[in-house]
Design a protein around this ligand. Structure first.
Ligand code: VG1
Ligand code: CO
Length: 539
């Protein structure tokens, strides 16, 4: 039954910030998935005795790709696959299943927050035994392999039925289909005080969770409505759809518009949240109130002692360099470890494995802890609900009191999308070369304290990664420039702006950052070079 099929390499199978991400149309090309998977299997090497976890966010092609992966894993001699029922599993749940079963790695079929469907994106995230995505050193090897691949192995068998939990034998390989929700729920119950959360809902507290027609629907229904007793209908867009019902499953103020409109209306619930396509991102809202992900990380960290799993203390906290420095002030106050890493959750993995940090987060709506090695959308929601349950305060009160205690980092990200790749690369290159000359210069009252590339030296494996450019000002303000590594066409230039105030706590972020935005544009020449005077997306 095992066939060896001749193939020719694709030259575009390099993984980005979080796995491989391409237009569905690209992935539909003959042997595209097969080439990529065979390259991974070749790099792993001896697959005998190895177990992998497979699941996805249910987007278009999830079902087809998973069948290919099963047949190829079997043909390549993999011992066992643990697969989510119907091929579904969120990214955080997958990380847990890998760790719990001591599997050798896993594949989550998702392009995360990118739109799905035939005209959307498809993707594959590959994790190792840590439950976290592989480091760049490994993805580089896989990329090299894709460039010289000549053949792949596949079992010529009919599609496998994944609709019922249970064990089956496929072409000499064992398959275990599991309920993808159960283990995840168990894990959450071990972290949080579910009785306290039940009481919160019994008291009449209301929430709306928007699953954006993506993978977290079943998880959220089970946890919030069934177990915790949130009123029926608290979870919306709860059925995962292949095209996410046309939604762009990126939980931010722009794409989670339905939820945002509701939370800013007269009928708003006490608490609002949304997750992204594969369930690792979260957005937190109060009544007519938005919590920036950078503030959210700072607030969760400050409140670690309210959560049973963290009561006895946390090792430290890390953020991506682009994320605001709000959590740094919390780390200093609690005298815990503090780290800044490049963008991408994989950079947190070593810090968690070596017990340097417990919490971590990114400005892109990602927060998580060392319970797994991915960011975790529902975890963040349960954490917020736990703070509310313990303090009796609203989202807005909790956030405002945080600012009173620590000051406020005004923070906004501007995305310039669909930029020509060569133009964007040149822009970043030119910008980098002029940054050293800026030191000591003053722009409309802001004096540059230092400027240059952000370089991360991993304290665990000694690897060095350059990611983005940072301009720091003497008043603590910052400009960060980066090219996105998750897009599927053209380049996206991200510009992250931050300005700190200890006393002015109730201003408009865009207004507070007007001058810095002008400085960021004039130094980088983005408007002149791209023809864009405004960002395409502001979050
Ligand atoms: C983006 C975010 C980054 C996040 C990554 C994966 O990457 O900025 O913070 O880790 O997406 O998120 P980039 O390179 O486009 O800026 V997910 O939810 O796709 O796993
Ligand atoms: Co995601």
């Amino acid at each position: 039954m095992i066939q060896t099929i001749a193939t020719t390499p694709y030259t575009d199978q390099k993984m980005g910030t979080a796995g491989l991400r391409r237009k569905s149309k690209v992935v539909l090309q003959p042997n595209y998935i097969e080439n990529f998977m065979q390259s991974i299997f070749n790099v792993i090497g001896n697959l005998r005795n190895k177990t992998f976890v497979v699941g996805g966010d249910g987007r278009f092609y999830n079902d087809k790709a998973i069948q290919k992966i099963i047949k190829m894993a079997a043909a390549n001699g993999v011992a066992k696959l643990i697969i989510g029922q119907n091929g579904f599993m969120s990214t955080p749940a997958g990380s847990n299943v890998i760790r719990k079963n001591k599997a050798d790695g896993g594949f989550i079929l998702s392009a995360s927050h990118n739109p799905g469907g035939e005209n959307g994106d498809f993707g594959i995230k590959y994790s190792n035994a840590s439950g976290g995505q592989i480091p760049s050193s490994v993805s580089d090897k896989i990329y090299q392999q894709t460039l010289s691949l000549k053949e792949y192995k596949i079992c010529d068998i009919p599609d496998i039925d994944l609709s019922k939990p249970g064990v089956q034998d496929v072409c000499g390989m064992k398959i275990e289909v599991i309920d993808p929700v159960k283990d995840y729920v168990d894990m959450m119950q071990n972290i949080f005080d579910f009785d306290a959360l039940k009481k919160l809902f019994q008291s009449g507290f209301t929430m709306r969770f928007d699953a954006m027609n993506a993978v977290t629907g079943p998880y959220a229904l089970k946890i919030f409505e069934e177990i915790l007793g949130a009123p029926k209908g608290s979870v919306v867009n709860a059925v995962p759809l292949q095209d996410f019902g046309g939604l762009h499953p990126d939980p931010n103020m722009v794409y989670a518009k339905e939820l945002v409109d509701f939370m800013y209306s007269e009928h708003a619930a006490d608490f609002g949240a949304a997750n992204d396509g594969d369930g690792d991102r979260n957005m937190i809202l109060g009544k007519k109130f938005f919590v920036t992900p950078s503030d959210s990380l700072a607030i969760l960290t400050d409140n670690f002692s309210l959560i049973p799993a963290y009561k006895s203390g946390i090792y430290g906290v890390a953020k991506s360099a682009a994320t605001s420095t709000a959590v740094k002030r919390v780390a200093e106050a609690h005298a815990i470890g503090y780290y800044e890493v490049p963008t991408g959750w994989k950079y947190f993995v070593n810090l968690m494995d070596s017990k340097r940090i417990t919490f971590c987060g990114e400005e892109s709506f990602g927060t998580g802890s060392s319970h797994i090695r991915e960011k975790d959308g529902i975890w963040a929601v349960l954490f917020w609900l736990s703070i509310i349950a313990a303090t009796g305060k609203s989202v807005e009160q909790i956030t405002r009191e945080h600012w009173q205690k620590y000051g406020r980092s005004y923070y906004v990200r501007f995305d310039f999308e669909g930029v020509d790749t060569d133009l964007a690369d040149k822009l970043m290159e030119d910008l980098e070369s002029k940054l050293p000359m800026l030191q000591g210069k003053t722009f409309s009252g802001y004096t540059v304290s230092d400027a240059g590339a952000f370089v991360y030296n991993d304290p665990v494996d000694g690897s060095s990664t350059k990611n983005g450019l940072i301009i720091r000002f003497t008043d603590g303000s910052r400009i960060v420039y980066r090219l996105s590594g998750t897009g599927s066409s053209g380049a996206t230039i991200r510009v992250y702006l931050e300005r700190f105030s200890k006393t002015n706590l109730d201003d408009d972020p865009l207004k507070m950052l007007t001058e810095i935005f002008k400085i960021a544009m004039s130094i980088s020449e983005i408007p002149e070079r791209t023809g864009k005077h405004q960002a395409d997306v502001i979050t």
